[in-house]
Write a protein that binds this ligand. Sequence first.
Ligand code: HPA
Length: 245
Amino acid sequence: MLAIIGGSGLTKLANLDVTQRKVARTPYGEPSGPLTLGRILECEVVFLARHGYGHTIAPHEVNYRANLWALREAGADRIVSVASVGSIRKEHKPGSLVIPHQIVDYTWGRRSTFFDGAGSPVHHIDFTEPYSSTLRKAILKAAADAKEKVFDGSVYAATQGPRLETAAEINRLERDGADLVGMTGMPEATLAREVGLEYAAIAVVANYAAGRGDSAHAVPMDKIGAILEEAMGRVRHIIEKVCEQ
Ligand code: HPA
């Protein structure tokens, strides 16, 4: 079954025909909210709002382990993560959709593995390619079928938040090879790999990153809501096409 984790701007899927809401408990605590199960066209989908349905859970406070565990228990085998990001590159304008292929992790203090605790054997997952290439391809094909433009590939920098970055930090991320910056891509991607779920992301550019474009002096927070609302319509369209595959 396909799972969708919705980020800022996507707390519900309008095209989801809801059949059940399920409160899930896991050995790692409670996920961000009840799971919403239903159908998009003929395909079964489970949806979870990463920040809670009222958008009250900050990126560093999300229980990523409980979210991934609950989705897998509900029968998910692939996860499309939808996440808003800031853009470091000129060509990824606000409103653009990007399918990242790499990650640099700057987060700290998050519970980022299922393989810890006394008596648990040390386990090192391979993470050379952090996103599932099969699911990335499926999303790219879905976007082409939906005639929605997406950028194929980019490096996602995961920052701790919840504050936005300084202009100097963005310069540093660029020197590190990053194209996009967001706060929730990690440890979500690594936990998905640990439990054997296919995982890929649709990054929605909400703004130019600090110091860039019209964020030269401050990030224009007042513009972000409308940009995300418009872009999420395109994201829903792409998700429908992923479902049809
Ligand atoms: N930085 C980090 N995370 C974000 C941003 C940003 O500029 N925009 C949306 N999520």
